[in-house]
Design a protein around this ligand. Sequence first.
Ligand code: NZQ
Ligand code: ZN
Length: 387
Amino acid sequence: MQNFLYDIGTKIYFGEGQIVHLPEAIKPYASKVLLVYGGGSIKKSGLYDTITQLFRENGIEWKELSGVEPNPRVSSVNAGAKLCKEFGLEAVVAVGGGSTIDCSKVIAEATFYDGDAWDLVTKKAPVTKVLPVFSVLTLSATGSEMDCGAVISNLDTNDKMSVAHPDARPKASILDPTYTYTVSQYQTAAGTADIMSHIFEIYFSTVKTAGLLDRMAEAMLKTCIQYGPIAYNDPTNYEARANLMWTSSLAINGLLSYGKGTPWSVHSMEHQLSAFFDITHGVGLAILTPAWMRYVLDDSTVDKFAEYAFNVWNIPMSEDKYAMANAAIDKTQAFFTQELHIPATLHEVGITEDKLEIMAEKSAVTLGSTYKPLTKEDVMNIYRACF
Ligand code: NZQ
Ligand code: ZN
């Protein structure tokens, strides 16, 4: 295990009805806020009315930015930052899934920058200061409610890039599992795959640890495997929604990666698919993950895959580690396609082969020191295996 500083500064209000604590969380920081949300699910569910009523009762003034897109665009970030500057807003309150929270984080960063927010995402300009961010989570997937990263898209240039700053981690997040009852089966499946991918990206690491970190990771994977299909088939099952929600936060808030950081593999490949074809992040991950696992399985990784097979999928220990590993990869793929009903191929989600080369080239830039280093050719091979 490597050295680390444990510092996860998000206050979590977890459980049904915890929204009443939102004003008390915000008020030490702000009395005028930007309320950010997506395409309208919070209006349909009544959450918008609940929050604005709480704001009125507690003397919190607000402006709104609505219509944040899945795979949030930098244009939305710029629009939000403009409102914060114009009205002297003091905090950003995100209500929604990862896209809304990510957009809010970069709005909070761009409020203190005079140019295009894209400069912050591309690192052309540094993030210097960040407005306090709060979130009310409505979709269990990204973990953005408890991490400091954000992923922003620029469809003009087919770029999807992440930016992270410690101060962008939400000061407080409301995690009420009942808010995820209305999430569609498709997004429930995608969210579960995304949570699992965050765990895989850390579990399969060049830093060898067979202790606490891996056991926690396995417990989280098993939680997704148990509760993902329940939430998919029974959307108002509180235990299922609650387990997925808390796992989504813990999977990527630093807990699993402290002492074990290595660059991620599959996310880089997926972000290119989203950047060029605007697909759902978790669906892309579910398609790529089994292909990536098969591609990186070799003598240097087989023991880890056998450990995954035994501890996560209950595949019996055997002399033949490759058989164990392959059985676990098959089970992973069957889980995504048969239990969560996610398409098995890139072709089914509208990806065409003409963009593979440019996507592989852009993706490979960050894959030189991953679990198994990947070149552009390797990424091409993994993409091709998904058709
Ligand atoms: O926009 P609305 O109307 O709210 O509808 C959304 C959207 O259409 C809907 N939805 C959300 N909550 C709902 C609901 N529908 C009904 N009931 C509810 N309670 O779901 C759709 C997808 O929402 P989105 O926020 O895009 O999904 P997700 O949470 O999966 O976020 C995906 C984005 O986060 C990025 C992804 O790349 C992608 O851009 N990621 C962010 C990360 C981070 N900040 O750490 C890490 C991840 O790996 C990921 O890259
Ligand atoms: Zn993800």
